[in-house]
Write a new protein. Structure first.
Length: 217
């Protein structure tokens, strides 16, 4: 399973990259706003800065919601850097835009997916990635992992090339459950990735080994 980091924070992206386990980055307009990145020029520069830190795919989201607008914006985003993946919302014109970019060989990430039917449409349209938001489903009392399992099952049935990018991850347990479910990618906040490190028996075991190495009791 690939690990993407879900942030527009350059320091956090660098930290995950330095850990040596990072395969890419996802962003969205809310994550950009959280870092105070506003205005088209600044946003575009920020995408390039992110691409210069990591080696993998970097999702950049369109703001337009009509086909023509998404195509224009997506082509401009894709021309910024070869690592850019155009992030398109799961709406009717979005499906058309996914097909358009797929035919042109431009990578896409279909975002705001909350059902298996939506994921099926994204795959039919040739999306590179589909992003089911599992945390937001959990928030409304639906099991987000069930959706990941359902999409993985459907895609395997028909050998779709679209990769399941589990999004809206909130915890290390979400990451492990996504790996069990067979997600191709998990996009996570830095703290969820770092929390995978933690186990009290690792801490106490290491403390004992270090004490024994020094000959202390
Ligand atoms: C995915 O690409 C989104 O940026 C993200 O995972 C949404 O997560 P949230 O529900 O924590 O906002």
């Amino acid at each position: 399973m690939k690990f993407f980091i879900d942030t527009a924070n350059l320091e956090q992206i660098k930290e995950a990259q330095d850990l040596g386990v990072l395969d890419g980055v996802t962003t969205n307009p809310s994550l950009m706003a959280k870092e105070g990145i506003t205005g088209t020029d600044n946003i575009l520069k920020h995408y390039v800065n992110i691409c210069n830190i990591v080696t993998g795919d970097v999702s950049a989201e369109v703001i337009a919601t009509d086909f023509k607008g998404m195509v224009n914006e997506g082509e401009m985003l894709a021309s910024l850097h070869p690592q850019i993946v155009v992030k398109i919302p799961m709406i009717k014109d979005g499906v058309k835009a996914l097909k358009y970019f797929s035919d042109k060989g431009i990578k896409t990430n279909c975002t705001l997916v909350f059902s298996a039917g939506q994921a099926l449409l994204a795959a039919k349209a040739g999306a590179t990635y589909v992003s089911p938001f599992l945390g937001r489903l959990d928030d409304i009392n639906q099991d987000g992992i069930d959706l990941i399992e359902q999409i993985v099952y459907i895609y395997q049935n028909y050998d779709f090339g679209t990769q399941v990018l589990a999004a809206s991850i909130r915890s290390p347990l979400h990451i492990v459950r996504c790996a069990e479910a067979g997600a191709d990618v998990a996009t996570c906040p830095l703290n969820a990735i770092l929390d995978l490190l933690k186990h009290p028996l690792t801490d106490s075991g290491l403390a004992k080994f270090l004490a024994d190495a020094k000959g202390t009791k």
